[in-house]
Design a binder for this molecule. Structure first.
Ligand code: UDP
Length: 489
């Protein structure tokens, strides 16, 4: 194995950091020297995962390095220490990118010192292409989303959005792909409808890079990759996921994405052990899902009426006593029926426990993939960004989910369609019940999970894609001077 050194530069939000750190660990386990670069305040969120891999993996030729950068918060007009998207009251990335845009110089200095052969950078660093060019090294863009999204976007842009006025509630039929996907314009995010200058710059990173590394697997998106309309994907593309599978033992699942366990390391496993197989509903809206107090109360009502054990992760800052229905804590939490977690829960550990039989998800791409990999059927409740498109993949394409009926894509909780407790109860009954349809859905989810896990095993599609990618990077390094940042054909 030629000595290949890769720098990984994740964006500063859990949904971006977690999969790119997973990817760095996978490269390291394949004998590659991997260095993760992040800002000082984010080091504690990544270090535990790296420590586990460095300490426990005899196959590692090089320990994974973690290098800190100083984020110029005050210069960018954000509070000191606000170095992660979760620190902001709403998940509007523009405040944080005002600071990350200023990391180019310090990152260049690290490249100058360490001279890696390749950079794998999140798409949210549009300047990474300039650094790669300056040092004549390869840039791979990390796409934390999927090919289905890229394709639908390109079709939407080509066939629909460029044709004048956009009506708010019109359904768009996507031609040229096997299943008809209907999308209401109200479910599309601003980055599609009204891209900012930053978002347009991101696509330059995309098109200037050597190729795209995607946390997805071929079998999941085969129809869309194989039948892509011309030019919808014009870069080299490597499906290398689901990357979460690299967290095989309990400890890596517990520390993944956070500095320390909040409720005791084995708390969740012990609680889940007391429940029957597939009886527990897991409810989590990612690291950025926020709701109005009224909506939170409706979720609580819906869960109580569903009368099934649950783990509900709540990231909202308001005190639950301000919005929980009266007596909920003693009736539901005190009785051991439900568990409410404020802040971080070890999602991977929970989803992969045999007691878990359903997941209410906001359809962030990592959560989708983690549900798929665990073989757990879902209730889809998208909120913002591309989550409504991910919902289509889970519900319409792979038929492993039930939509809650969310209609409006918005970062602002007060703008979204309210969901009544009764809607949630009905969806939970349908998902977790015994009917034939529920059984079929469970079977499809289970089978897709097996396919997902196979993809990353030796001989699987993602494993082999990694092999090809590594070989390509080695050959780029070997051809003197050709490792400059060339576009793929
Ligand atoms: N996550 C977790 N515990 C939480 C919230 C999130 O482990 O309490 C993890 C989850 O497993 C996933 C990531 O954080 O890997 C969230 O990414 P996703 O794309 O699902 O959603 P986002 O937070 O970006 O909206």
């Amino acid at each position: 194995m030629a000595d290949l050194h890769i720098f990984f530069l994740p964006f500063l939000a859990p949904g971006h950091m977690i999969p790119l750190v997973d990817l760095a660990c996978i490269f390291a386990r394949r004998g590659i020297k991997a260095t993760v670069v992040t800002t000082t305040a984010n080091v504690p969120l990544i270090q535990p995962t790296i420590d586990i891999v460095n300490a426990g993996d005899a196959s590692l030729l090089h320990p994974i390095q973690l290098l800190p950068l100083c984020l110029p918060c005050s210069e960018a007009g954000i509070p000191e220490g606000h170095e992660n998207l979760t620190a902001f009251p709403d998940p509007d990335i523009s405040k944080l990118t005002a600071a990350t845009d200023k990391l180019e110089h310090s990152f260049s200095l690290l490249i100058q010192t360490h001279r890696p052969d390749c950079i794998v950078a999140d798409l949210f660093y549009p300047w990474a292409i300039d650094v790669a060019k300056q040092f004549a090294i390869s840039l791979l863009s990390f796409n934390g989303s999927n090919c289905f999204l890229s394709m639908i976007l390109s079709i939407l842009h080509r066939d629909e959005l460029n044709r004048g006025e956009i009506e708010t509630e019109r359904l768009i039929e996507i031609p040229g792909i096997p299943r008809k996907i209907h999308i209401s314009v109200s479910q599309l995010p601003d980055f599609i409808l009204r891209p900012t200058e930053f978002e347009l710059k991101m696509s330059e990173n995309y098109s200037g890079s050597h190729g795209i590394v995607t946390n997805s697997f071929y079998e999941l998106e085969r129809d869309y990759v194989d039948r892509a309309p011309p030019n919808s994907i014009n870069r080299k593309l490597w499906f290398v996921g689901p990357v979460s599978v690299q967290n095989r033992d309990l400890d890596s699942k517990i520390v993944r994405g956070r500095a320390a366990a909040s409720m005791g390391d084995d708390y969740f496993s012990s609680w889940l052990e007391t429940k029957s197989p597939r009886s527990v509903l897991y409810v989590c809206f990612g690291s950025l899902g926020r709701f109005t107090a009224t909506q939170l109360r409706e979720i609580a009502r819906g869960l109580e009426a569903a009368d099934r054990p649950f783990i509900w992760v709540v990231w909202d800052a308001d005190e639950p006593s301000d919005w929980l229905p009266e007596g909920f804590e003693s009736r539901v939490i005190g009785s051991g029926k439900g568990l409410m977690v404020q802040g971080w829960a070890p999602q991977l550990l929970i989803l992969n426990h045999q007691a878990v039989g359903g997941f209410v998800t906001h359809c962030g791409w990592n959560s989708c993939l983690e549900a798929i990999t665990a073989g757990v059927p879902v209730i889809t409740w998208p909120l913002f960004a591309e989550q409504f498109l991910n919902e289509k993949l889970l519900v319409d394409v792979h038929r492993m989910g039930i939509p809650i009926g969310a209609k409006l894509c918005s970062l602002k909780p007060e703008e979204r369609t309210p969901v009544k407790g009764e809607q949630l109860t009905k969806a939970v009954d349908e998902l977790m019940g015994d009917g034939e349809e529920a059984e079929e859905r469970r079977k499809r989810a289970r089978e897709l999970g097996e396919t997902a896990r196979r993809a990353v095993e030796e001989g699987g599609s993602s494993y082999e894609n990694m092999t090809r990618l590594i070989q390509e990077l080695i050959s780029l390094k070997a051809v003197d001077g050709s490792s400059e940042c060339k576009g793929a054909s």
